[in-house]
Ligand binder design. Structure first.
Ligand code: ZN
Length: 367
């Protein structure tokens, strides 16, 4: 009776207040799990991939947070619309995305892990940017504005200076196809992609290594993958990455010469990496093909055709040193040159490439 006399209104207010508190508490408890669910779906890269694949710029922009950097979104859009993005999926840890992509016409794919950056408000997180996954090779289109240039069997992608590689690379591809004695060893792809990073920083991001590690190398031929599965119908391709600092002063002929060496590596990637101790077989073949096709101005590195061999078989490390690798390349080119004059050259090169126990054939020595 006393409570009723005191005031039903007060009781109602107390009950209401209690209910509000309960609702707040429940929503706080449930809120964290709802946010997690919402975040997981909001963070799925599906809408972004759909927008790229359907050339839907508005959808692409809508996949980013409203406060994301517009110039950055434009850069990514302009870059990606020149490329085919085949898959974009969260990795197992969900902190990274795996992106599988190619230059239109390329027979294989590149596979990279990239890191989405999130802009999180009280209710949900939105995509702010996509950046290099720490320690992982970055796709070139993440490092700055790129464009795609094509000629013949090559495509060059990169920054503002990339197109100067197009004619030399196309001529090198032509020469590669005109190396009849090595034709059984050379299997170039339908379209060889050459990546030209804008500067040393972009080069270092693409290789996930300090540019200094490669200061002696004009270009690198490598498998364009930072791990993860690619769709079963696809194969990871060999790409050539130009070292911008090491090649800044090259003539057109020197670029062509360098491209021929690297395209030989790419066209022999079907043999996989040489067995331990047999790096010289791969380097010797690349040099031998290169020197079958002299260029008008000086070649790069300087042409030093052998014939006879001097000294002993170079170790794998002799090609990676920051010191002088001339002797190692010269020996290898001379040895491959002698082997290529044999009627069973293709079989011998393959056995030497793959089997570290395969005995070295007798070679003519200079001294
Ligand atoms: Zn090489």
């Amino acid at each position: 009776m006393a409570t009723r006399a005191r005031s039903p209104l007060a009781l109602v207010l107390v009950v209401l207040a209690g209910a509000v508190l309960l609702v707040v508490a429940v929503s706080m408890l449930r809120g964290s799990s709802d946010d997690r669910e919402q975040a997981a779906s909001e963070r799925a890269p599906g809408p972004l991939l759909a927008a790229i694949q359907t050339d839907d710029r508005a959808g692409f922009e809508a996949a980013f947070a409203s406060d994301a950097d517009e110039r950055r979104i434009s850069l990514l859009w302009d870059n990606l619309r020149e490329l085919d993005v085949i898959a974009l999926t969260p990795t197992a840890q969900e902190q990274a995305w795996q992106v599988v992509w190619r230059v239109p016409g390329e027979s294989g794919v590149a596979s990279h892990q990239v890191s989405p950056r999130w802009s999180c408000g009280p209710l949900r997180c939105e995509l702010a940017d996509i950046v290099q996954q720490p320690g992982m090779p970055a796709p070139l289109w993440l490092t700055g504005p790129i464009s795609v240039h094509r000629a013949g069997a090559v495509a060059v992608i990169g920054g503002p200076d990339a197109d100067q590689w197009l004619s030399p690379a196309a001529r090198a591809a032509e020469q590669l196809s005109q190396t009849p004695s090595a034709v059984a060893l050379l299997r170039p792809g339908a379209l060889q992609v050459i990546e030209v990073p804008a500067d040393a920083d972009a080069f270092a991001q693409v290789l996930a290594q300090p540019a200094l590690e490669f200061r002696g190398a004009g270009a690198i031929t490598w498998t364009a993958s930072s791990g993860g599965e690619v769709p079963t119908s696809e194969q990871v391709t060999s790409r050539i990455v130009v070292n911008p600092d090491a090649t800044a002063g090259l003539t057109d002929g020197q670029r062509q010469s360098l491209m021929l060496h690297e395209q030989t590596h790419a066209a022999t990637s079907w043999l996989a990496a040489p067995a331990a101790g047999r790096q010289w077989v791969s380097e010797g073949l690349a040099e031998w093909v290169r020197l079958r096709h002299p260029v008008a101005d000086d070649s790069y590195p300087a042409a030093q055709p052998g014939g006879c061999v001097t000294g002993s078989v170079p170790a794998d490390a002799d090609f990676q040193g920051l010191g002088d690798t001339t002797d190692a390349y010269r020996w290898s080119e001379a040895a491959i040159g002698q082997i290529m004059s044999r009627p069973d050259a293709t079989a011998v090169v393959q056995r030497l490439w793959r089997d570290p126990a395969e005995p070295l054939p007798a070679l003519t020595s200079c001294g």
